[in-house]
Every structure is written in structure tokens, then in C-alpha cells.
Design a protein around this ligand. Structure first.
Ligand code: GLY
Length: 369
């Protein structure tokens, strides 16, 4: 693959389009940081006070709940877990917990991880079936075992032994989405679209709702720092829609979809998990913060590394632009925070102790065509 001849498109600080080849793009570290579009309207003071809770956009109720718990003096990990439990239990959020989009066989398999800064604790579960709140199971892995990650049948046995109830996680809506996906999978198969009553081979390929579902790498990440500077985080997801059974994303992998260092900060992610798995992305962001970068600068550096490491032809369009999206949510011990995404249009939930709101993420690229 001739990466040197592939062109990338991005914007400068004034929003002007810059065209550069792929090698220039990935090698010009300083230039890329300078080209990042920071879109926050918050003042510097607002962006560096304690306590702070940050989450992916679907976590606006999570940040509200977590801040309420912090203000009552609750533990940072309890706060973020109670926050994300709202989303895990919501059948209408189809990227997390109950109601999540299933794997290719129609089974919902969940991944989650937690990190508790004050005790340096970590716990995670992957490919967990039948339990609506995998984040709570991950916390018990941390508290009740000498292990960090339990998976599949073992994770389920552990959850049941801890008193969790096995439930069907597939809602009617997610099952319908899965059936539509199945119908559009192979133009030669015998599945029929119930609306059309026409064999798949005779109708158009996947509708927009299916494409949206396939491209949707939903997930929720939520991180908090309290007034004492104690930091915790959680990431929980139903993972990639229609994934191969057994696929594990970044969310339950400590350092990929979540990392917390109580002396420094936290970072978590949503989006294409495979990109984070290959780069230990969240760990790298926290390490960059440890070297003195702000949360925004750190997350941008990691995003650049991901661009650099994305060379698979099927992940790049004809102009060399990455086809997937990725989001980071980072904060540090001082309460500085940032949401950073690859493509323009991302946003995140932030509670700064006074106000709970959605802010636009900084970004590196624009979808111009
Ligand atoms: N980031 C969620 C996943 O890829 O599973």
C-alpha cells in the first residue's frame, strides 16, 4: 500500500480545509495538534474545577446521577457505576446492556470494565450474557476475586454466584434489527423481509437503520474526579453490532477502553474498539497526561497514533480517509477535561459541579465528501 500518495483532508484552526498526503499528516505531530478544532464554549475556570464527571453523549443522565452521589460524599466508582446503570437498564439505548444489539447469532454479549483510582483496583467482564448490569459484575470481580477479567460462561457463573438474575436481554426492537440484518446478509439466502414479502435477492441491500446499527459503535464511558482528587472510571457496552460470537472489544480491556491513574487522570473511549485494542489507547492518553499534556492534547496525540496505525485498505476510503469514528473522554486530577473525536460532529456529557450539559468534542477530521 502506497501510503505516501494517499491524501488526507482536515481543517486548520480557522476551519479552512488543508490537504496533505498521508505521511505528512501522520508525521506532523505539532501541525496536527495545531489543526485540531477545539469547540468548547466553557471558560478555562469552568474547565478546571472539582468535582467533574465526564461521559459519552448517551451518558447525560449518568453524569447527573454520578454528580449527585459525589455531592453526597459517595465514592467515585460507586458514582459512575450508578450513573451508567441507568443506561445499561434502558431498553432504548441499543449500544449498552439490556436492549443492546446482539451478535450475529442473535445473542446479546456484554463487555465492561471499572477502575477505582484510590485503591488502584480494576475489574472487568467480557462476553457476559443474561445480566443487565455488567458494570456491577466488573466491580465485584475487582472486589471479590484476585483476578481482573472474567469472560463468557465463567463470568456468568460468577455473576449468578453473586446473586445476579439471568434475564433475556434481547428486546423486540433489537431482535427486529437483528432479523433485518440477517435478511440483508446474503442476497442468495432464503430470508424474506416481512414488510416486502419479497426475497432478499430481489430487494435493495440493507436499509439506513441497519447501516446505522452496523456503523454504531455505541458504548458508555463515564469518569469522575471528586473534590479530593480521587478518580474512577467505567466503560460498558454491548459491543459491535452483529459481532462474531466471542468477539471482545476494547471496553473490558484495561488500558484500551478505560484507564485510570489516581495520580494523573482517566480516559475512556467509545467507537471502533479494535483501534483502541491495537494502541492501548486509554493507557496512552493517561501516560501523555502524566508527561504534562492537558486531557485534550493527550487524547489528540493518541488519535494521531491511531490514524498512523490505520493502514488496512478496507478501513480507508479511496482518498485514504478513515472510515470509522472514535471518541475519547478524558479528565485529570485538577478537573480539566476534554472530549476528542476523530470526525467532526461528536459530543459528550459533562457535569462541572454546577451544570450538566452536552459539549461538542474537539476533532481532527471532517467528512467533506
Ligand atoms: N468500543 C466498543 C466496542 O468496540 O466494542
Amino acid at each position: 500500500m502506497q501510503t505516501g500518495s494517499i491524501h488526507k483532508v482536515k481543517t486548520d484552526l480557522n476551519g479552512s480545509m488543508l490537504i496533505m498526503n498521508r505521511r505528512e499528516f501522520v508525521q506532523s505531530s505539532a501541525a496536527a495538534v495545531a489543526a485540531v478544532k477545539s469547540v468548547s464554549l466553557a471558560s478555562a475556570e469552568e474547565r478546571s474545577s472539582l468535582p467533574v464527571v465526564i461521559s459519552s453523549r448517551n451518558g447525560i443522565r449518568a453524569t447527573e446521577k454520578a454528580m449527585e452521589i459525589l455531592k453526597q460524599g459517595g465514592d467515585t466508582l460507586d458514582a459512575v457505576i450508578e450513573g451508567v446503570n441507568i443506561v445499561e437498564l434502558d431498553p432504548d439505548d441499543r449500544s449498552v446492556g439490556y436492549g443492546g444489539i446482539p451478535n450475529e447469532e442473535g445473542t446479546v454479549q456484554l463487555d465492561a470494565s471499572v477502575m477505582h483510582g484510590p485503591t488502584r483496583g480494576a475489574g472487568a467482564v467480557s462476553c457476559l450474557e443474561g445480566i443487565k448490569t455488567p458494570s456491577k459484575v466488573a466491580k465485584l470481580v475487582m472486589e471479590r476475586t484476585d483476578h481482573v477479567l472474567l469472560t463468557g460462561a465463567g463470568a456468568l457463573k460468577f455473576a449468578l454466584s453473586m446473586g445476579f438474575k439471568y434475564e433475556n436481554l434481547l428486546t423486540d426492537s433489537s431482535r427486529e434489527t437483528w432479523l433485518k440484518w440477517k435478511k440483508d446478509l446474503n442476497s442468495q439466502d432464503n430470508w424474506i423481509n416481512p414488510q416486502d414479502r419479497i426475497p432478499t435477492a430481489l430487494i435493495s441491500r440493507a436499509g439506513q437503520d441497519i447501516r446505522d446499527a452496523v456503523e454504531m459503535h455505541g458504548t458508555i464511558n463515564c469518569n469522575a474526579v471528586n473534590e479530593k482528587g480521587e478518580i474512577s472510571g467505567v466503560t460498558t457496552t454491548s459491543g459491535l453490532p452483529f459481532k462474531i460470537p466471542g468477539r471482545v472489544g476494547d471496553s473490558p480491556i484495561i488500558g484500551a477502553g478505560l484507564y485510570v491513574d489516581n495520580e494523573v487522570g482517566a480516559c475512556g473511549s467509545t467507537g471502533r474498539g479494535e483501534a483502541n485494542l491495537k494502541t492501548c489507547a486509554s493507557f496512552m492518553a493517561v501516560e501523555f497526561m502524566k508527561q504534562g499534556l492537558s486531557p485534550e492534547e493527550a487524547a489528540i496525540r493518541v488519535m494521531k497514533r491511531i490514524i498512523e496505525n490505520t493502514t488496512e485498505p478496507y478501513l480507508l476510503d479511496s482518498k485514504g480517509k478513515i472510515k470509522f469514528n472514535l471518541n475519547f473522554y478524558a479528565l485529570n486530577k485538577k478537573g480539566e477535561y476534554a472530549g476528542v473525536c476523530l470526525y467532526k460532529g461528536g459530543s459528550y456529557a459533562i457535569h462541572n459541579g454546577r451544570e450538566n450539559r452536552i459539549e461538542e468534542s474537539a476533532y481532527l477530521l471532517e467528512k467533506t465528501d
